[in-house]
Design a protein around this ligand. Structure first.
Ligand code: SAM
Length: 215
């Protein structure tokens, strides 16, 4: 999802500055709990939040959880901010940040659960290291997750899903809830993302797995 740069967004996003962090997210490393009304609640993090459908719905469903959405593109983050403001949720913070630098944003054991939804597939083999489920990324997630912490992954892309399952296995993650058709499975799908709605409307199956940290 590459949005054309819209200069008005630089100004408009300031309306959400109480919960949208455009720079210096690192300042909260190890202390994210302090930015939420309930500092004792677990922290669930979505990587590549997009326009915020998923995180705004999840925050409404799980008022006893703190959520952080990480998104690299400001033009998309603005819409996620707008959606969370409209949903009147107070348990979400959004951070403009590159997931590749995740260990600068979170301290060891700070995150209970990650969600990776419809991440860019980077189909060319020479770009495999950019996929958010490449082993190099899994090592970063492992550093900041609690012991046995969980990642939920959803995608429409069969090649990326096969790659992801192989990476999790190769790095010792335990897999559960693996399905090649989430919407027709016994698994609960609590909230849909923008991409998920688009692909499933076209009749494409949605793949899902949950993976548990080896350490
Ligand atoms: N998760 C949303 C959905 O399912 O509708 C958006 C999917 S879109 C294909 C992928 C999103 O991840 C884009 O908004 C992109 O800017 C973001 N993204 C890609 N690489 C990222 C990275 N390294 N760190 C943070 N966000 C990233």
């Amino acid at each position: 999802m590459r949005l054309r740069r819209k200069p008005w967004i630089d100004e408009a996003v300031k309306e959400y500055e109480s919960f949208v962090h455009l720079k210096n997210g690192e300042e909260h490393k190890g202390r994210w709990r302090e930015v939420f009304p309930d500092p004792q609640a677990p922290l669930w993090v979505e990587l590549g939040t997009g326009k915020g459908n998923f995180i705004s719905q999840m925050a409404q469903l799980h008022t006893d959880v703190n959520f952080i959405g990480i998104e690299v593109q400001l033009g998309v983050l603005y819409y996620a901010g707008k959606k969370c403001a409209q949903a009147e949720v107070h348990n979400v913070h959004l951070v403009r940040f590159d997931a590749a630098r995740l260990t600068d944003l979170f301290a060891p054991g700070e995150v209970q659960r990650f969600f990776i939804n419809f991440c860019d597939p980077w189909p060319k083999k020479r770009h495999a290291k950019r996929r958010l489920t490449h082993g190099n990324f899994l090592a970063r997630y492992e550093q900041v997750l609690v012991p046995q912490g969980r990642i939920d992954f959803k995608s429409d892309n069969a090649a990326l899903f096969a790659f992801t399952l192989a990476e999790f296995k190769a790095h010792g993650w335990r897999l559960e809830e693996v399905t090649y058709d989430l919407h027709h499975s016994r698994l609960e799908n609590e909230a849909m993302t923008e991409y998920e709605a688009k692909f499933s409307a076209k009749g494409q199956p949605i793949f899902h797995c949950a993976a548990f940290c080896p350490s």
